[in-house]
Design a protein around this ligand. Structure first.
Ligand SMILES: NC(=O)c1ccc[n+]([C@@H]2O[C@H](COP(=O)([O-])OP(=O)(O)OC[C@H]3O[C@@H](n4cnc5c(N)ncnc54)[C@H](OP(=O)(O)O)[C@@H]3O)[C@@H](O)[C@H]2O)c1
Length: 326
């Protein structure tokens, strides 16, 4: 089968290539899936460089999430051949087949195609866990979402709006603002450069943001500490800026807000019932047409380099989805 292998860690994708591998053998407890679509996430790029917190042993097959059809499963596993499923296991998604533990899969929402399901999984569960589980999102809240052109950022804008929040999106790339606005219909799209607190204060009538959702970090995080309302939450999602910010603890004390660290996958592993409830809530919203993932480009896996390079060059608005075997 066709698979995207990382044979050497490299800063420039030079250690990544397509390879022909045997179809994986399913171990007991696993489900063998024919992968129809697999989406690219920032951690996939970081893992090719050895810069992600999870460091798989080289060589490995890249890709942390997919959607596809079940080929083989244990009786009683809850899955049967032909079921349409989505999920993943940190690596192995960018291949024609993947064998993963049954608890890493869920049924695809009815009405979604494989590319939408692959694009939805990690981005929307990260957004839901950050905004609802940790952020305590309520209807009418003001939510400030950074990195709003990204897979996770756009999902957070889409989900927050669907749940009745008022969204202020930010981007570090002003040329993307129009596309962000068209895709996620926020109250405003700001440029996250320098001082943006005054714009947030003006838009919120002085109230500031009840939740700040921050996949960017660095200077954007620093300014965000000035944008959170009293009693609000600043959710730390990631560090695409490349700088992990530091904060003096007197700031959240004086301003009365909380800084919350998000690990969406770990949250679901530690609290499996909550994880399953999150998946069901997302599926219900998707099936009702209230949320839908934005796909920037759909590519055959053979064109993997184009997708990875576009993410590295920060060109995307939404997700890259690969189709193995296409
Ligand atoms: N905590 C969790 O549980 C969890 C789960 C999944 C992902 N994440 C993290 O969430 C972050 C976003 O992931 P993603 O898959 O949505 O990535 P993505 O699609 O590449 O989006 C990242 C966005 O960050 C912005 N950005 C700002 N500075 C950047 C820089 N120097 N280089 C590249 N992008 C920059 C870009 O938006 P603009 O160009 O619009 O500024 C870009 O669109 C990553 O850090 C990832 O590790 C965290």
């Amino acid at each position: 089968m066709q698979a995207l292998r990382v044979t050497q860690l490299s800063p420039d994708l030079s250690g990544v290539a397509l390879a022909d591998l045997p179809t994986p053998t399913r171990a007991p407890g696993e489900v063998l899936v024919r992968v129809r679509a697999a989406s690219l996430n920032f951690p996939d790029l970081l893992m090719t460089r050895g810069e992600y917190q999870f460091k798989p042993q080289v060589p490995f097959t890249s890709g942390l999430e997919f959607a596809g059809e079940v080929l083989e499963a244990d009786l009683g596993s809850g899955f049967a051949p032909g079921d349409r499923v989505m999920g993943g296991n940190k690596t192995g998604a960018f291949a024609e087949h993947a064998s993963v533990p049954a608890d890493r899969l869920s049924a695809m929402p009815v009405g979604l195609d494989f590319s939408a399901a692959a694009a939805m999984g990690a981005a929307y569960s990260t957004a839901f866990t950050g905004l609802v589980e940790l952020g305590g999102l309520q209807e009418g809240d003001w939510v400030l979402v950074h990195g709003a052109s990204g897979g996770v950022g756009l999902a957070a804008c889409d989900l927050a709006r669907a749940l009745g929040a008022r969204v202020i999106a930010t981007t570090g790339s002003p040329a993307k603002a129009e596309r962000i606005a068209a895709l996620s219909r926020p109250e405003a799209v700001l440029t996250a450069e320098g001082r943006f607190r005054e714009q947030v204060a003006e838009l919120t009538g002085g109230a500031l943001a009840d939740i700040v959702f921050d996949p960017v970090g660095g200077d954007v995080f620093d300014e965000s500490t000035r944008c959170v309302a009293f009693g609000g939450k600043l959710v730390v999602v990631g560090f695409t800026s490349g700088r992990i910010a530091e904060v003096s603890t007197n700031i959240p004390l004086i301003k009365g807000f909380s800084i919350v660290g998000l690990r969406a996958g770990e949250h679901a592993r530690r609290f499996p019932e909550r994880g399953a409830a999150i998946q069901r809530a997302i599926a219900r919203l998707a099936e009702a047409g209230a949320i839908s993932p934005a796909i920037d480009r759909l590519l055959p896996l053979a064109r993997w380099r184009e997708g990875f390079a576009a993410m590295a060059r920060r060109e995307l608005v939404g997700k890259v989805v690969f189709e193995p075997g296409a």
